[in-house]
Design a protein. Structure first.
Lengths: 297, 274
């Protein structure tokens, strides 16, 4: 008990000294810009003249701007293309890795993780090349089946799925390894008991694996969904939001409007709205999960 | 788990090999495309391997002083960024994990709240702030804004909370100060968590391009992703060089990852999501 008291004595001076750097840096580069952004969202803001207070007008304008609403729809569609594919593929592949021998699984884990560390720019460059009309892999592959070449990134119908492809590629490795960590957390005795009952692979999957992985999958779904709706680097580099605006995600819409003085207040209002909506969705799902715990890594 | 039959094992191994190959394929392809001649890069029909192996794209891009400079400047910046980030965030992590002081709760909430502020919402106002501080076109504008990270601090703190109190008690009895205990007991034990967080910081810096394109106009400070992005829009016809440059730009990252992959892969674990 003595020891505890000694260990938990007050150390105001040391604490403030060691906290000073993080406190100062966060204040200058996060808190002040955020408070400033909150303020700007209520003003008709300009680089060149005095700002005018306009109340909620920016928010009203954003919510009635068809282009913004369309970009939210694009973001939703994009996330709906990426997330189910990524979750299903990672779940299945994590189950494959779990059954591999230790040496080979080590190699597989390292290899599939590598795309995760590749930048959005490089991924975009590679996939623009894959979807190239003349020399690209995509047209070569569909050509093997006798199909006519497509202008993947210029066609309204194929542009968004083509931008979703690198997103899946970039996220697959980390998602798989988190799924795998979840699988390793399920006690082997559950499966042994099921084996004794004569349960098949499918039964074990449905009655043991999936229920026990529920929270891991939900966690990946929520964080992945928010990350994918916020994605803009891929469409910025691959299509610049086009053709028309079918690949303009909300953040790309916001970024584009920063370049337009008149729209600054609007786009900051838009980003705050987006943040509130996404944050609430995540909060609600985590509340349903009834868990304040998180995944490391 | 029940034993797998020979056929099942072969099937699983083949699937694993196939998926691994698919995941690595885009990277291999960009490396190979760098070895193709200008006409061949986009030639129909598509070929995986170059007809003729040319090193010219690689020598051309490496011969561009701007490319090498961007690689060097970005690498130096990334290392500095990761080091500062580890220092600032681990000091705070230690304080929140072990020390008792006035306003601890308030400061904790203040720091953690910043984790939920979206980057896009503060992108423009951050630009205005650094502009007012006269930081545009400096190394500081690239490095400083992202150094403090509540997420990284939180992650390191979780690690420190698991270090047994007994380890520092001896030092406390000897009268060592809190700072000494941090540097002589905690820092030496931090290697595994520092690898994960440090590589995370390094990657965030190395891969960033929106912030550099907004704040850097001086070619001497061009960042590598900014270079590639500019290259793509200004020299779009030189596909082979762009491929070679992209491949080379990913190399330092991949080497770093391979050196530390053991720590990174085992660092991906789940703490009680059940």
């Amino acid at each position: 008990m003595d020891m505890r008291n000694k260990n938990f004595r007050q150390d105001n001076g040391t604490a403030y000294l060691l906290l000073a750097p993080i406190f100062i840096l966060l204040t200058i580069f996060v808190v002040i810009p955020f408070v400033y952004a909150l303020r700007v969202s209520f003003y008709d803001w300009s680089f060149y003249q005095d700002s005018v207070f306009v109340g909620f007008r920016n928010f009203r304008l954003v919510l009635t701007d068809d282009l913004f609403l369309e970009s939210v729809w694009v973001g939703l569609k994009f996330a709906l293309m990426v997330m189910p594919a990524m979750l299903v593929l990672s779940f299945l592949f994590a189950n494959v890795i779990k059954r591999l021998g230790p040496r080979f699984s080590g190699f597989v884990k390292t290899s599939v993780y590598i795309p995760t560390i590749i930048s959005g720019i490089v991924a975009s460059v590679i996939f623009v090349f894959i979807f190239d009309y003349t020399g690209g892999l995509a047209n070569y592959l569909i050509g093997l089946f006798g199909a006519e070449p497509k202008a993947w990134l210029a066609d309204v119908a194929t542009a968004l799925p083509s931008v979703a492809a690198p997103a899946i590629w970039l996220g697959f490795g980390l998602t798989t390894l988190i799924m795998l960590a979840g699988l390793h957390d399920i006690p082997e005795s559950y499966y042994e008991a099921a084996d004794l009952e004569g349960a098949g692979t499918w039964t074990k999957m449905v009655h043991i694996t999936i229920p026990l992985m529920r929270n891991v999958i939900l966690y990946l779904l929520v964080t992945g969904f928010t990350a994918q709706i916020s994605q803009f680097e891929l469409s910025l580099v691959m299509t610049n939001g086009g053709p028309l605006s079918v690949t303009t995600t909300p953040n790309l819409y916001i970024l584009n409007h920063f370049r337009n003085d008149v729209m600054v207040g609007n786009s900051i209002a838009a980003s705050l709205l987006l943040f509130v909506v996404l944050g609430s969705i995540s909060a609600i799902i985590f509340r349903i999960l009834n868990s304040e715990k998180a995944v490391d890594g | 788990m029940n034993k797998l039959t020979g056929i099942q094992r072969t099937a699983l191994t083949s699937i694993a090999a196939l998926v691994t190959a698919l995941a690595l394929f885009p990277l291999l392809w960009v490396v190979l495309a760098g070895f193709k001649g200008r006409a061949e890069v986009l030639a129909t029909p598509f070929r995986f391997f170059p007809k003729q192996w040319l090193v010219q794209n690689y020598t051309d891009i490496l011969g561009d002083p701007a490319f090498l400079k961007a690689m060097g400047v970005t690498f130096g910046g990334a290392i500095l960024f990761a080091a500062l980030s580890l220092g600032v965030n681990s000091a705070a992590a230690y304080v929140f994990a072990r020390l008792e002081f006035r306003f601890k709760k308030v400061l904790w909430v203040y720091v953690i709240t910043t984790m939920f502020i979206p980057g896009m919402a503060i992108l423009l106002t951050s630009f205005i702030v650094v502009n007012k501080m006269g930081m545009l076109d400096t190394l500081g504008v690239l490095v400083l804004p992202g150094v403090a990270s509540a997420g990284h601090m939180f992650f390191i703190r979780q690690f420190y909370l698991n270090i047994p109190l007994a380890l520092e008690e001896a030092a406390l009895i000897d009268g060592a100060g809190r700072v000494r205990i941090f540097t002589s007991v905690f820092l030496p034990m931090s290697f595994p968590v520092f690898v994960i967080v440090g590589i995370g910081s390094y990657l965030a810096y190395w891969n960033s391009f929106v912030w550099p394109t907004m704040t850097i106009t001086n070619p001497d400070l061009f960042q590598i992703m900014q270079y590639l992005y500019t290259f793509r829009s200004e020299r779009a016809t030189e596909m082979g060089m762009l491929m070679a440059g992209s491949a080379l730009s990913a190399t330092p990252t991949i080497i770093l990852f391979l050196i530390f992959q053991r720590y990174i892969i085992s660092g991906i674990k789940i703490s009680g999501l059940k």
